[in-house]
Design a protein around this ligand. Structure first.
Ligand code: SAH
Length: 344
């Protein structure tokens, strides 16, 4: 069960050792509560009334013995007690996949890691608009735009490691999945090299979810039984183009806007049909999401105005989306008809 109560100006007593309670304190302060602290059970005295009658007691599970009498007294006095997890051990890094850009596609593990973080280093493609409501951690924007490197990859790694070595729970929040064109492997390696414990929380990759946002299934029975995810960051070689065209499955391209012409022309040279359907899905799950559908032979002109971030999909599965869209539109039309008949 999750309750949300307006705590603005409310007295909240947070119990538990300073170390274990540090994140709960930050969370309640961020929610506007007036926080007081009790770091040892002895501090409460044995039987007398609580120093001030708080609106709520946040009891952090810090592993110390001796909190029960205090909590019993709260129960007896009708003061609500919220059980709070202890802050995790300090000094480690969690790489978190943030999904394609909406908080709704964060995993439960990602939400928990953000809640427990002391510092979050986030990317432009991560769901950063929602961060303030998900964590009270310090937020550091290390976002990179193609061509405008805000903070270099090496510097991001140094910042993360230094912050963890200072004792912080560091979250590195990335777009999609950390291991899909996300340089997650390099960031893990730099933590390991510095002796900083590190773990990775997988995220929903844009390679699958952004086509889905446009109604395109990357596989479909009897249409495509494989999909290949390709980076369009650098142009593909002739050999790669030939292999790709020969596979016969769905091709999904990330970072592909800059090399779109080269790719479409290359796949044609490698023998792919000019009428192979192709889609460009821009800004999946974000304001201004847009799908452009054309064919391999016409996409270069059709997608002339498209910009990053976008996912390209090449293959017959694009037609499945079109067929489904047709059905969805027909169904909506029937609904409208039924409604107008009922209304008349
Ligand atoms: N690790 C990420 C990919 C990083 S590469 C993942 O697993 O999704 C960055 C590329 O991802 C962008 O150039 C674009 O091709 C794609 N991308 C990420 N989020 C997107 C979104 N919301 N809409 C469209 N494309 C997106």
């Amino acid at each position: 069960m999750q309750l949300s109560i307006d705590l603005t100006g409310r007295e909240v007593l947070v119990t538990g050792s300073d170390f274990a309670a540090r994140q709960a304190v930050r969370r309640y302060e961020a929610a506007g509560a007036v926080v007081s602290r009790l770091s040892t059970p002895q501090g409460a005295g044995h039987d007398g009334p609580l120093p001030e009658r708080p609106f709520l007691v946040a009891a952090v599970d810090d592993g110390q013995a001796g909190w029960e009498p205090l909590l019993d007294r709260c129960h007896a006095a009708g003061i609500p007690v919220a059980a709070e997890p202890a802050a995790g051990r300090a000094g480690h890094v969690t790489l978190v996949g943030g999904g394609p850009g909406t908080g709704e596609l964060l995993t439960v593990a990602a939400v928990n890691a953000l809640r427990d973080a002391d510092v979050v280093f986030y990317d432009r493609l991560a769901p950063y608009q929602e961060l303030a409501s998900l964590t009270s951690a310090e937020l550091v924007d290390v976002g990179k735009r193609p061509g405008h490197h805000k903070v270099s990859q090496g510097d991001i790694e140094k910042l993360m490691v230094a912050s963890a070595l200072e004792g912080n729970n560091v979250v590195r929040l990335k777009g999609g999945d950390p291991y899909v064109f996300g340089r997650g492997g390099e960031e893990v390696a730099s933590c390991v090299a510095a002796g900083v414990p590190v773990r990775v929380i997988s995220g929903v990759t844009s390679a699958i979810s952004v086509p889905a946002a446009a109604g395109i299934p990357v596989t479909h029975r009897e249409v495509s039984h494989m999909f290949t995810v390709v980076s369009g960051h650098a142009p593909l070689t002739e050999k790669e183009l030939t292999h790709l065209a020969g596979l016969g499955g769905t091709i999904v391209v990330l970072m592909g806007i800059g090399t779109l012409h080269h790719l479409a022309a290359g796949l044609r040279r490698a023998g792919m049909r000019a009428d192979m359907p192709m889609a460009v899905v821009e800004r999946g799950y974000r304001p201004g999401q847009k799908t452009t559908i054309a064919e391999l032979g016409t996409i270069a002109t059709a997608a002339a105005g498209c910009s990053n971030p976008a996912v390209l999909v090449i293959g017959e599965v694009v037609r499945v989306a079109e067929a489904n869209r047709g059905h969805a539109e027909a169904a909506a039309e029937l609904d409208r008809l039924a409604a107008s008949l009922l209304g008349s």
